[in-house]
Design a protein around this ligand. Structure first.
Ligand SMILES: [Fe+2]
Ligand SMILES: [Fe+2]
Length: 294
């Protein structure tokens, strides 16, 4: 089975929200006007979505951050850009929200993410979604994103921990292999900790859950760099960061792109490839060595 993993496309609109008084909104709009809109050119996001739609994949996974400030207009733009992907892959496209899609309490309360992405909506009160593909594979996505007044953290609270533990336990009993998808990393290259204002709070609990349930891979984004690593706490699980799909950068691993790989029915992951758009509009593909189990 060929899988494409992308995230952090970050559609944006330079406009005031109804809840403009929320502290992060002021910072967000100034940052967008001064800096961010140059790093996430709208044309690049459109081009990336067109290229993704033409890729050959059995399954497409999106690990969050479709918008920048959870504005209704941004969700509308994102839904329009995702439409050809849903048309091609239907339920074989699995998406979860990132912290930018849960930007303020009002945007969460208004259910913009769920309204514009009904395929990705989780059942009322739940924050874990589980999809089975064939006899051997389950994709489990979870939503640890919630508004923080200033910071860009996520939180794996006790309710989400219990829900995720239960779901992974149930699937484990069936013997199916699991691809787990969240928005935030729990492990960084070089073993460095995430920045305090940007990391998943209680990420040590996620590492512990992963060590026990041993999914084949943990797919995420959030930190805008593509990488592949194994953490000594979770040696059975490959950590894959798809990098940003919509960002312009001189560094290939931070420039607009995504990951592809093959997964067989025994859970063997092969053919990992970093894909990025070149400035000439071409696609560059680079095979990535998979670190062996520690
Ligand atoms: Fe992001
Ligand atoms: Fe993020």
């Amino acid at each position: 089975m060929r899988i494409l993993h992308f995230g952090d496309i970050h559609f944006w609109r330079l406009q005031l929200a109804r809840d403009f008084y929320y502290p992060k909104r002021l910072l967000g709009i100034v940052n967008l006007a001064m800096r961010r809109r140059h790093h996430f050119p709208a044309q690049l996001a459109r081009e990336a979505m067109m290229q993704i739609a033409s890729e050959d994949a059995d399954l497409v996974l999106f690990s969050g951050d479709m918008t920048t400030m959870s504005l209704e207009g941004e969700f509308r733009d994102a839904a329009k850009a995702f439409a050809p992907l849903y048309e091609k892959w239907g339920d074989r496209l699995v998406a979860i929200p990132g912290n930018h899609d849960r930007y303020s309490p009002t945007s969460v309360r208004r259910n913009y993410f769920e309204s514009y992405f009904p395929h990705a909506a989780m059942p009322e009160g739940r924050r874990v979604l589980s999809r089975q593909f064939g006899e051997h594979l389950c994709v489990v996505g979870f939503d640890a994103s919630r508004p923080f007044m200033i910071r860009s953290n996520g939180l794996l609270d006790r309710g989400l921990e219990r829900e995720l533990d239960h779901e992974l336990g149930m699937i484990g009993e069936t013997g199916r292999k699991v691809l787990l998808m969240g928005h935030f990393p729990y492990s960084y290259p070089g073993g460095l900790p995430g920045k305090w204002h940007h990391r998943l709070l209680r990420d040590e609990v996620l590492a512990e859950l992963i060590a026990r349930h041993q999914p084949v891979a943990y797919l995420h984004g959030h930190k805008h760099v593509r990488w592949c690593l194994r953490d000594t706490r979770t040696p059975q699980t490959l950590c894959l960061n798809c990098g940003p799909a919509g960002m312009a950068s001189a560094l290939t691993d931070s420039h607009a792109g995504w990951l592809t790989f093959e997964l067989d029915q025994d859970g063997r992951l092969t053919g990992l490839t970093k894909v990025s758009l070149s400035s000439g509009g071409d696609i560059e593909r680079k095979a990535v060595p998979i670190p062996s189990e520690i």
